[in-house]
Design a protein around this ligand. Sequence first.
Ligand code: HEM
Length: 223
Amino acid sequence: MIEALRKWGNSYTERGRYSPVGIAFHWIMAALVLFQIGWGFWTDWMMPGGDKVAAYQIHSAAGLPVLLLAVGRMLWRTLIVDPYNDADRQGVQTKIAHVTAILFYVTFFSLPLSGWIMWSSIAAPGPLYLGGVLPWPQVPLSDLAPRTAFVILDLAEDVHTASVIALLALIPAHVGAALKHHFWDRHDVLRGMLPEVPDWQDDRTAGRHTPTPTALRQGTEAG
Ligand code: HEM
């Protein structure tokens, strides 16, 4: 099973592409993280009250899957290596891209984990649900001495904010680099992360009408 998966994934990697699983991880997580940043700030600015609590409930429900997806994505990457593409031949730029990728992964863990801890404080606004459906346990902070629990809570809040600030720098850098590779350098990186679309040379277009040489000649003579 694992061998078959690896073979399937590598059939994409060998062509400089990410596998459909890798592509799904990337775009689902990108959508969730972008939503969470917007929704997190929106919720933060809301007046205290029932609406704010409900908004945080949505924030926690959409944020917890990021933790599971990050674990799944890391496991997937250990199984199927990323493709070696044009962006991997750029010297210092490649090194910066690798550091950026590591920092992204750090935030994929630090944000849901710190949010989970914050939610588990004594003033927890309610039970946690993964994706708003599956019950999710609280971190047992109440078992700790109140002072220790407070220090952990305070740290979690700082980690959450620092991770958001890091993302606000990482995302424009990452998107900007992807667009530069695609439009300026004409590299294959972004294309490898998009779903594959068969081009006009694909065998499936073999039935296309092709003008016969005679028809072409007549056309030329007439013109
Ligand atoms: C990728 C996942 C996440 C992202 C991108 C994210 C983003 C944000 C943002 C932008 C804010 C507002 C700015 C700030 O106060 O730092 C915020 C606040 C908050 N988030 Fe998240 N978050 C994520 C996951 C979670 C999860 C899973 C939970 C709970 C289980 C959570 C709980 C909270 C709480 C309680 C606050 C308020 C913090 C405060 O008032 O100091 N977050 N988040």
